[in-house]
Design a protein around this ligand. Structure first.
Ligand SMILES: CC(C)(COP(=O)(O)OP(=O)(O)OC[C@H]1O[C@@H](n2cnc3c(N)ncnc32)[C@H](O)[C@@H]1OP(=O)(O)O)[C@@H](O)C(=O)NCCC(=O)NCCS
Length: 284
């Protein structure tokens, strides 16, 4: 019997959650639904004997850039071409939609597969992690109404930092948990901002954006202070001039590395240097 690849539906989210838990990843059911909401036929599963044994998701930011994530194959079914078939289905779909560039953040396991499919490494990321003392772990407090922030202009700034418009996605995080979105006016020329996303094993810091260390530190401190999760993580460009130093001073340590890769025409965006932490490997 051979596996087959088909479009992912909402009914596959439970199987996706099982695969990501097996891999020790952090995504929530809401994250899977975000991919499906972005394009209902843009994510795929591999099925073997009626069971979902692999997943891949895509999320498009206009036609300029799409991001591939959640590339997971059940350990019992690896090295049979399932990963490659899933990637090909995702790429074919994105090509039909005229998406110009495609990005992803590769684990060392995934990187050879992506290189074979034309992705090229652009930069390295360090995954920083910190475990909160057991006595400080608390349940998530109820959601609070945000203070006055000019979200529209921050989202415009975010498009310049990221190089594509991911405002709908960021808005969905901010609107779900407004108190997890922090803005600082200490930035040298622009506001600094950051958010944390809840995960199943950690609160994920990012996007974290600042053009100088003082504002970056203020945003980080507020994000850490507003979280009570047992673990916090952040994915930071390894050549960033100060983000790693700030995390290290707060007790974070490097847990693993990822490689940011692109396929297609991709220019580094004008404010890319402001990225202290990416939104996440599954979102870009
Ligand atoms: C990365 C991952 C998705 C790859 O899935 P996979 O189904 O094993 O991928 P493929 O089978 O297409 O390719 C894997 C390897 O098997 C080889 N292979 C494919 N079919 C094969 C077959 N029939 N017999 C022997 N080897 C085979 C491929 O050539 C490839 O070799 P490589 O080691 O040189 O890259 C999987 O290992 C995984 O889920 N890892 C954990 C999560 C992770 O890191 N995901 C990537 C995130 S970026």
């Amino acid at each position: 019997m051979k596996f087959h690849v088909r479009t992912m539906t909402a009914d596959d989210v439970a199987a996706g959650m099982h695969l990501k838990t097996t891999a020790g990843w952090n995504q929530t059911e809401a994250d899977w639904h975000r991919f499906l909401a972005s394009h209902p036929t843009g994510s795929f599963v591999a099925e073997f004997a009626g069971e979902v044994v692999g997943t891949v998701t895509t999320i498009a930011y206009g036609t300029r850039l799409a991001w591939i994530g959640m590339m997971l194959v059940d350990p019992a079914h690896r090295r049979q071409g399932i990963g490659e078939s899933l990637m090909k289905a995702a790429l074919e779909d994105l090509e039909k939609r005229d998406i110009r560039a495609i990005g992803l953040d590769a684990t060392p396991m995934g990187r050879p597969l992506y290189e074979r499919l034309g992705f090229r490494a652009r930069s390295e990321l360090n995954r920083w992690a910190w475990n909160r003392q057991a006595s400080a772990i608390a349940p998530e407090p109820p959601s609070r109404t945000p203070g006055a922030i000019d979200l529209k202009s921050l989202l415009d700034q975010d498009s310049e930092v990221f190089g594509a418009d991911r405002s709908a996605l960021i808005r969905s995080f901010v609107e779900t948990r407004p108190e997890r979105f922090v803005v600082s006016s200490l930035g040298a020329s622009r506001p600094d901002y950051g958010l944390t996303r809840p995960g199943t094993v950690a609160d994920h810091i990012g996007a974290w954006v600042a053009d100088e260390p003082t504002g970056a530190a203020a945003v980080l401190e507020a994000l850490v202070g507003r979280s009570s999760a047992p673990r916090m993580i952040a994915d930071v460009p390894s050549d960033h001039p100060f983000a790693g130093r700030l995390l290290h001073a707060s007790g974070f340590r490097i847990a693993r590395d990822l490689t940011r890769m692109y396929r297609g025409p991709w220019e580094t965006p004008p404010l890319a240097g402001d990225v202290c932490a990416i939104l996440g490997p599954e979102f870009g």
